[in-house]
Design a protein around this ligand. Sequence first.
Ligand code: ASP
Length: 583
Amino acid sequence: MYRTHTNGQLRAADITKKVTLAGWVQKTRDKGFMVWVDLRDRYGITQLIFDEERTPKEMMATASQLGREFVIQVTGTVIERESKNPNMPTGDIEILVSEITVLNKSLTPPFTIEDETDGGEDLRMKYRYLDIRRKPVRNNLVFRHKVTMAVRNYLSEKEFIEVETPYLIKSTPEGARDFVVPSRMNEGQFYALPQSPQTFKQLLMVGGMDKYFQIVKCFRDEDLRADRQPEFTQIDCEMAFIEQEDILNTFEGLTRHLLKEINGVEIGDFPRMQYDDAMRLYGNDKPDIRFGMRFGELNKVAQHKDFNVFNTAELVVGIAVPGGNSYTRKEIDKLIDWVKRPQVGALGMVYCRVNDDGSYKSSVDKFYDQEDLAKWAEVTGASKGDLICVLSGDTGKVRAQLSALRMELAERLGLRKADEFAPLWVVDFPLLELDEETGHYHAMHHPFTSPKPGQLELLDTNPGDVKANAYDLVLNGNEIGGGSIRIHDKKTQAIMLKHLGFSEEEAKAQFGFLMDAFEYGAPPHGGIAFGLDRLVAILGGQETIRDFIAFPKNNAGRDVMIDAPAPLDTEQLEELHLKLDME
Ligand code: ASP
């Protein structure tokens, strides 16, 4: 037997027991006549002791030669510690070692394997297996396991079946590029890795599976943004014979269960907000509703004077920053610089102080009197001591800019508390979205989402106005899940694909299998998928999804540990019928 106990297990009650432990040397303290070793494994740390009087000479020598991260096995007696450590679960005892085996040596690790390490991000990624020995990383992986177990148990209890779907498939458009895999046996042909199991889960519904889920890898070749991974995990779900209401209730139930089970917080009914309202009130389809600072549209009360910047703008919109009147002129100037950064892109910002005596002082006093400004305060909900920040311009852009400012200010004001959870359903998304660059419409969610009943005809005349049976679940300003009720008849699917710019042949080549299936008794169905990595990070009270993935890729999409992606050798390229023309 390698070990009788783990390194997190022994307590005062075990004193006098003979035990065998194994693990890694966290550190040694060598006083010559006495050597202490901290022995670590997944479960904790136990202190070992070797001393001149009780330990044979050769063993003293072995002990003092142990390096950090050596793997050892020891047998000894549990004894009471002279100086106890109340901060360690095993802090009352130590092991007086009588036998030691060095199972493996270790080079000196490139960073310290402690809760707080001196290793930078790159180094820790290169030696991720060492990073995983650190408690915070290990705890995150254990936490993730707990969340996935809770998901599996909950859904399984509700009669969902976990079914695996293939990875070597054909394009499933979710709005990104596909990762492709060349086929050796079919010259010139390629598989695509799934951006999601979307079409397969719909086929499972046609297959009568009724309630499906899968914790599954998805692959999307997108330009990498901070904290995006080219491969990520979804909790993918689909149900048949349901309406939107059933999906919302079922997955609200799952989310509530997780918040209770994992975080110990009980949350009542999740609020729901129309997509249009989310955009109008928060400038964003995933509003963080842990705090207020709702948008106030000021067109009516600000476009009647000679201030041309506002008069020519499509939208004039402001927020009230609680206590913001305490900002100095310099601080406000810095805020203006902040909104003008290229990442935010505003051209400028108008502001108005609400003084403690109820009077107003704005940066555009030349144009607006106290009565005008009082209306601004009314519309934005500003009270004494607040600062009103106003942006103007094209609706879409201005909303995005003010939304960025709102989030930034909330962060600075400490309004985004990690231990507070504010879930929200955003419903009634538009079916289509206009691509400004190409002038074409594409599916806002994906091409399989059904329009709201009776709106199909609108596709011809006002495509941008068609609403979909699509919904997102938002938690603390993050989209944690999204889904829709699907089209389940061939005719509607064909109309939809036509509007998305597919010719009949293209539609048939790419989605013929699905449309054929719809002709064999496809039941009404719909579903949702949660982004597991992000969900776990949020439940864990952290922002970075990388910290909850065992072997993540870096911001450039590289695995720096195994050094991938990497070139192929000529032989393999030939076998795959690939010729590289590198000029
Ligand atoms: N396949 C969708 C996605 O990955 C989710 C869904 O519609 O169920 O976003």
